[in-house]
Ligand binder design. Structure first.
Ligand code: PEP
Length: 249
């Protein structure tokens, strides 16, 4: 049985004070959810506040990115040990907004994932095709390329500790959710790639989240697909009641 992961990506929203206000409302609604793992990824500047606010609950906190170097002249980057020192346990890697606006590549996705694993953080590694790629019939080849050039470079032991998020770029922030069947098809492709590279056990165990305009009113049908092991939620994770109803689908 794969335990679902219900993760929130706050993108570049909320101050530390707004973070505390969120947790005041969210904690009583979803703080002790036992049917799933809850992970909230605020901006770096809110990690401390979020970890403090989540103390005594089952909620885990993650960063939205992670530097691949341990330390050094990398202006603007934040290392794994710095993230870990805040008490965070997870890090998003390769989000499509990082790929689109900040030149993230499959190679850097691999390096960032390795950095997270080396320090004991769980990387949530994002993959997904753009609209033109889907319309051009290239979804499977894009997912294959992202996998082969990226996380296929992990060792079997490392791979066992990651989470994958399938996030079709055309569904992120657009209100156009993939149908549960479209999402499940893509998840099957990814799981097949995992089986081929790391074996059946790894394919059966890997948790693949769906992300892209997940809302309280569509989460149930997505989670009804056995292939979908949780969700990565952007916009709808900013509202405590809304995200709690997603967590408690
Ligand atoms: C995301 O930021 O990962 C995301 C899926 O955004 P949204 O839910 O707003 O589409």
């Amino acid at each position: 049985m794969r335990k679902p992961v219900m993760a929130g990506n706050w993108k570049m929203y909320k101050t530390p004070a707004e973070t505390l206000a969120f947790f005041e409302k969210f904690r009583p609604l979803a703080g002790n959810a036992a049917h799933c793992e809850v992970v909230i990824c605020p901006p770096f500047t809110n990690l401390f506040a979020a970890v403090e606010a989540a103390k005594g609950t089952a909620i885990r906190i993650g960063a939205q990115n992670i530097g691949w170097a341990k330390e050094g002249a990398f202006t603007g980057e934040v290392s794994g040990s710095m993230i870990q020192a805040t008490g965070a346990t997870h890090a998003l890697v390769g989000h499509s907004e990082r790929r689109q606006y900040f030149a993230e590549s499959d190679e850097t996705v691999l390096k960032r994932s390795q950095a997270a694993l080396e320090i004991g953080l769980t990387p949530i590694v994002c993959v997904g095709e753009r609209l033109d790629e889907r319309e051009g019939g290239r979804t499977e080849s894009v997912l294959t390329q992202q996998f082969q050039n990226g996380i296929a470079g992990l060792t079997e032991q490392q791979f066992a500790r990651i989470v994958i998020a399938y996030e079709p770029v055309w569904a992120i922030g657009t209100g156009k959710t993939a149908t549960p069947e479209i999402a499940a098809d893509a998840h099957r492709v990814i799981r097949g790639l995992v089986r081929a590279k790391f074996g059946k056990g790894a394919g059966d165990a890997i948790r693949i989240l769906y992300g892209g305009s997940v809302k309280p009113d569509n989460v149930k049908s997505l989670m009804a697909q056995p292939e979908i092991d949780g969700v990565l939620v952007g916009g709808a994770s900013l509202d405590p009641a809304g995200f709690a109803s997603i967590v408690n689908f």
